[in-house]
Design a protein around this ligand. Structure first.
Ligand code: AMP
Length: 216
């Protein structure tokens, strides 16, 4: 099964994708993380990507499609992917459809986290990522503790695009360009809407039940 986790920036897609991938033995593919890896390498491409990401705009479809083609070339990932933050526009959704069919796979469901703008701003402003192990925390909702995180506090950092002015731009990009894809998946009967304002553990339970029902 391949799953798409859909929702605005700050909806908690990364956190939920981490939990789901562990439970159902899926590979998380976050295009945002793949882009940040490229940025950290400080290549010419990485510098170009950083300037786009830091504005809160979308990176070109060519760059994204190249990343996704590599993902499909990974035989271990076959029919075991959870996409986080991809596709982000209708052209990416159609490319994904083609790739899935060409590789004789399918999209099993699209889980859309529906979240209020105020919740999003608070979630993003509190977000902390461990630069050592990659775990995601939140100062307000899910703080790093001795039990949940073994790395030193000094590794907790904010993402360079997690500042209020950029968040507003990212949210507008989501509403105008990404949100319309939902119609595409609704027409294919793949869409499940989830209340993303609920507590992290409740959202997870709802998602878990939907995926478990797909497996039977
Ligand atoms: P994310 O980690 O999913 O919030 O993504 C962070 C940033 O990476 C976004 O604001 C975009 O600038 C860029 N990005 C991530 N995924 C995509 C995508 N599928 N298409 C275009 N840009 C993307």
């Amino acid at each position: 099964m391949n799953i798409i986790l859909f929702g605005p920036p700050g909806a908690g897609k990364g956190t939920q994708a981490d939990n789901i991938s562990k439970k159902f033995n899926l590979h998380k593919v976050s295009t945002g993380e793949l882009l940040r890896d490229e940025i950290h390498k400080n290549t010419e491409l990485g510098v170009k990507i950083k300037s786009i990401v830091d504005r809160g705009s979308l990176v070109s479809d060519d760059i994204i499609n190249n990343l996704i083609i590599k993902v499909f070339a990974e035989k271990n990932f076959s029919n075991r992917i959870i996409f986080d933050g991809y596709p982000r526009n209708i052209s990416q959704a159609k490319s994904l459809d083609l790739l899935v069919k060409r590789n004789k796979q399918k999209i099993s469901c699209v889980l859309s986290l529906d979240v209020k703008k105020e919740t999003i701003i608070k979630r993003i402003l509190g977000r902390q990522v461990c630069t050592k192990c990659g775990l995601i925390f939140n100062k307000y909702f899910k703080p790093s503790t001795k039990d949940s995180h073994s790395c030193d506090e000094k590794y907790l950092s904010k993402r360079s695009d997690d500042y209020e002015k950029i968040i507003v731009n990212r949210f507008e990009t989501y509403l105008n360009i990404t949100f319309p894809i939902l119609e595409f998946y609704k027409n294919q009967n793949l869409l499940h809407i989830i209340n993303g304002d609920a507590e992290i553990s409740m959202i997870y339970r709802e998602i878990e039940a939907i995926i478990a029902s797909l497996e039977t």
